[in-house]
Write a protein that binds this ligand. Structure first.
Ligand SMILES: Nc1ncnc2c1ncn2[C@@H]1O[C@H](COP(=O)(O)OP(=O)(O)OP(=O)(O)O)[C@@H](O)[C@H]1O
Ligand SMILES: [Mg+2]
Length: 498
């Protein structure tokens, strides 16, 4: 073995309740290396890294930092060895300021023992400056966009003198420009000799930013090599096996637009973010909403579902005005939100309960699902979306990140609404599941469901949509028939406006 590794993990084993999750997995990273950790949902990526940060204890195996075998039992221990992780689920407290979050539980103190707020802000300014990010240290976190959250998490990790930084799906909620700043930052950290473990399901990003990659499958390391020695196809095949061929492609659907739209949005405006948007969706149609983050996509969906109150304009479904979420639900509209794990799951309940649980209380009485039927539906979706769970009674918070995402999505698909609003339906799910989800969306439209989809992944939007609305700064600037959009490039130009 080379002597230059900053970190080596060898023969790592871990079981939960007797079920092995890691089976002699190994992983190593050099100083100043960016190393991708890949694998399908539930492969064991987060678990392996949580062992490194002291969240879980390994059952067997060896961990070495700078060729010294070490034990990591808790968070302080990991920090002492220079290991920090940015979790899939953010760990910031929204009501505290940026500076307070960065120094949470490690606040600098004055001689009299009180928290030294000034020093806290000063140190924060220094770290942020080093990172080249322009954030007010006194702003509360909830006043900042998710893109900034990622930067604050990184600042927090670096303030702890991290030498090995683990990023678990850092770009899942970032826009293109935010992703670019993150990549700049990654390169800067790399130049300083910091090692970065990069967990992601986005192959293109991995090949752009990483030096080497390791693939985990069912808890085993099955591939480690320099990215330049590999093709994307090879990596996908090693992760997914026979499923690899199923990349999503657009196939023209046999779809005849009916005369009457099911949903009409007229002159919709919401604060400064949506300005005079009008469009209609017909039964059985899939409409894609394209546009940069902040272009107003999510706000439009929230207005339709009654979560946000439009400043002006009208939303009409089958001739009836939709004003509240209760209206939306009773008329058969469903929304699968972007931050699903926060809004769509009861983490302490089982898979089956979550699948069957209508997310709104007032639906409970109306939607009574029989026990047996419930289990059958749950099982069907577990198979369809390849949800990795020991059984339907597993507590949802014990599932991997991507599998949690699949459950919320499955829950709403099973609900069979008339209008389905999907905000980034495939965030966090692996490549095999992505193409399954695209297939399911198309099949449901085939049965008459009208679907509005937001996706930042153009390839996916092109694969699924019949029609694409391009939003720019709260205005629809283009409407494209899918048959007329040849390639991702065309759509890209449409979105960029040139
Ligand atoms: N605390 C726990 N108790 C029981 N099972 C667990 C626990 N933590 C993880 N698991 C199981 O271990 C397996 C691996 O999960 P892990 O979160 O490491 O996957 P992952 O590779 O990060 O997947 P994803 O891409 O979906 O985030 C999953 O089947 C998960 O259900
Ligand atoms: Mg994970």
């Amino acid at each position: 073995m080379s002597a230059n590794y900053a970190l080596q993990m060898m023969d790592i084993e871990k079981s939960f309740n007797g079920i092995p999750v890691l089976k002699k997995a190994h992983f190593s990273i050099g100083r100043g290396e960016v190393h991708a950790l890949c694998g399908g949902n539930g492969a064991g990526k987060s678990t392996l890294m949580k062992i490194l940060t002291g969240v879980y204890t390994k059952d067997a195996g060896i961990i070495q930092i700078d060729n010294q075998t070490i034990d990591i039992n808790n968070d302080q221990n990991a920090r002492k060895h220079g290991i920090a992780m940015i979790f899939q689920e953010f760990s910031l407290i929204p009501t505290l300021t940026v500076a307070q979050n960065i120094f949470l539980a490690r606040e600098p103190r004055k001689a009299n023992g009180l928290i030294d707020d000034k020093e806290c802000v000063r140190a924060t300014v220094e770290i942020l400056k080093k990172l080249n990010v322009d954030i007010d240290p006194n702003a509360t976190v909830d006043s900042l966009g998710v893109g900034y959250w990622q930067m604050i998490e990184i600042a927090k990790a670096l303030s702890k003198d991290a030498k090995i930084l683990i990023m678990d799906e850092p770009t899942a909620s970032l826009s293109e420009s935010e992703t670019e700043s993150l990549f700049k930052l990654v390169n800067q950290l790399k130049a300083e000799g910091i090692s970065i473990v990069y967990i992601s399901h986005r192959m293109a990003e991995i090949f752009e930013i990483c030096d080497r990659l390791t693939v985990l499958k069912d808890g085993k390391t099955i591939l480690t090599d320099a990215c330049r020695n590999l093709t994307m196809e090879q990596v996908i095949e090693s992760m997914m096996g026979e499923e690899a061929g199923k990349s999503f492609k657009w196939v023209e659907r046999n779809y005849i637009r009916s005369e009457v739209p099911v949903l009409k949005v007229t002159h919709l405006a919401y604060e400064a973010r949506v300005k005079d948007v009008s469009f209609q969706i017909y039964p059985g149609e899939i409409v894609g909403l394209a546009g940069l983050m902040g272009s107003g996509r999510t706000e439009i969906m929230k207005c339709i579902f009654g979560i946000e109150r439009p400043t002006s304009g009208e939303i009409v479904m089958n001739g009836k005005a939709i004003k509240t979420t209760a209206d939306a639900v009773s008329h058969g509209i469903a929304l699968v939100p972007e931050d699903r794990r926060k809004q769509g799951l009861v983490l302490d309940h089982t898979v089956r309960e979550n699948m069957m649980l209508p997310s709104l209380k007032f639906l409970t009485r109306r939607l009574f699902v029989k026990d047996k039927q419930g289990t059958v539906i749950t099982q069907t979706y577990i198979e369809k979306l390849n949800i990795k769970t020991d059984n339907v009674s597993k507590i949802v918070k014990l599932l991997s990140g991507g599998n949690q995402q699949k459950i919320v999505l499955a829950k709403w698909l099973a609900r069979n609404p008339k209008v389905l609003l999907l905000d980034e339906p495939t965030i966090g799910v692996d490549i095999a599941a992505k193409s399954e989800i695209v297939d399911i969306i198309r099949a449901m439209a085939g049965e008459g469901m009208a679907i509005l989809v937001i996706s930042s992944e153009l390839e996916e939007l092109l694969a699924v949509s019949d029609r694409i609305l391009v939003l720019y700064n709260g205005v629809i600037t283009k409407e494209l028939d899918r048959r007329e959009v040849g390639s991702e490039e065309v759509l890209h130009h449409a979105i960029q406006g040139f």
